[in-house]
Structures are given as structure tokens and as C-alpha cells.
Write a protein that binds this ligand. Structure first.
Ligand code: GLN
Length: 194
């Protein structure tokens, strides 16, 4: 599988390392032509307004939307915001996935935290019963899902932190910062079946 990682800003390098560790071909995407022949694309965490402005500057908005109509895209944290239909603010969004996000829902950088999540969907790629240790860094929340989007994980109080809609995956935490590679393997499997 050939997986691209949008490398405009944010922690794309960590995603590439994890992808290579699980045996996928990983490539940085900075220009529209870098999307050619990819099976899937990860949009990393970082700062969603910056990622959006750079995507506009590099004429990536339409090529990314066209890619997302056919292939798998996974947005982590800022990437989940960029993938969303609505973030309650004026900022460039791909507007692909039917989710509404609330940016910085947990407060400031110092309010970053880690929590074990129950993610039933990961059972399809691993028999492990271990909770998924999720790292939240100035994370958004998936405030609501619409259309045929589905919840993959929620906090104990019910707030949504991971969702999937057909070939789109959104996680508000950072799977590239933990040794647990189950989410990356789940995404490669998604990319393989589109
Ligand atoms: N706070 C960032 C934003 O709103 C997201 C943070 C992250 O990606 N870790 O864009």
C-alpha cells in the first residue's frame, strides 16, 4: 500500500515512521502531483488554519477533494478539523466528512492529556483487548456526526473522539505519538478496500 502524508505543517514525520514500521510505503505530499498513485492519505496534527492556508497556496484544495472522493483519507487532530464539513469558523476546510468539530475543546496546551479508549472497530485488525492509549494535544472534539458517519470512539462522558464515514477517518488524538500501531493498520486496511 502506498500511503501519502500531507507534509505542509505539523507532525507528518511521525506518521511516516509508523507507516514504514508496519510495512507500508509512505511518501510526503506537498504538491498535487504527489497524490498520483497513492492508495490513501493521512493529514497530520498541527495547526488547522495553517494547514488550510498552505493547502490553498499550493493549489491542493481541489486535488485533495478529488482524491478524497475516491480514496481513503485519515485526519488526525488538526487533520480531522481540515477534513470536516464545519468547524464553526472561517478557515479553509476540505468539507468532505459529515462531522462538525469544535476546535481546542479541551482548553490550552497545558490541558493536554492521555486516556485509555475502548475502540471496538480495532478488533477487526487485532485480537488485543487492550484499551487504546490516546494522546490529546490541544485537541478538537467531534461535536456531532451527520449523514452516514459513525462513531468509533468516545470519552467516558460520551463526547466523540473518533469517527468514520465510508473512506474517511477522523481521530482527534495522535496515534502517531504512541507505540500502538493499531489505528495505522486499521487505516491501511481501509485504504486497501476502497
Ligand atoms: N489546536 C489545533 C487546531 O485547532 C489542533 C492541535 C493538534 O493538531 N494537535 O488546529
Amino acid at each position: 500500500m502506498n500511503i501519502g502524508v500531507l507534509a505542509l505543517q505539523g507532525d507528518f514525520a511521525e506518521h511516516i515512521i509508523t507507516l514504514k514500521n508496519i510495512g507500508a510505503d509512505a511518501r510526503e505530499v506537498r504538491l498535487p502531483q504527489h497524490l498520483n498513485d497513492l492508495d490513501g492519505l493521512i493529514i497530520p496534527g498541527g495547526e488547522s488554519t495553517t494547514i488550510g492556508k498552505l493547502a490553498l497556496a499550493y493549489k491542493l484544495m481541489d486535488p485533495l477533494r478529488a482524491f478524497g472522493r475516491e480514496k481513503a483519507i485519515w485526519g488526525t487532530c488538526a487533520g480531522a478539523i481540515f477534513l470536516a464539513k464545519d468547524a464553526h469558523r472561517e478557515q479553509p476546510l476540505l468539507e468532505l466528512m459529515d462531522i462538525t468539530v469544535e476546535r481546542n475543546a479541551f482548553g490550552r496546551q497545558v490541558d493536554s492529556f492521555e486516556i485509555g479508549l475502548e475502540v471496538p472497530a480495532l478488533k477487526t485488525i487485532s485480537k488485543s483487548d487492550a484499551l487504546y492509549q490516546a494522546i490529546f494535544i490541544r485537541a478538537p472534539l467531534i461535536e456531532s456526526i451527520q449523514a452516514d458517519a459513525e462513531i468509533l470512539a468516545a470519552l467516558p462522558d460520551g463526547r466523540i473522539v473518533a469517527a468514520r464515514q465510508r473512506n474517511w477517518l477522523a481521530t482527534v488524538f495522535h496515534p502517531e505519538l504512541t507505540p500502538d500501531d493499531r489505528f495505522h493498520r486499521y487505516f491501511v486496511e481501509m485504504a486497501a478496500t476502497q
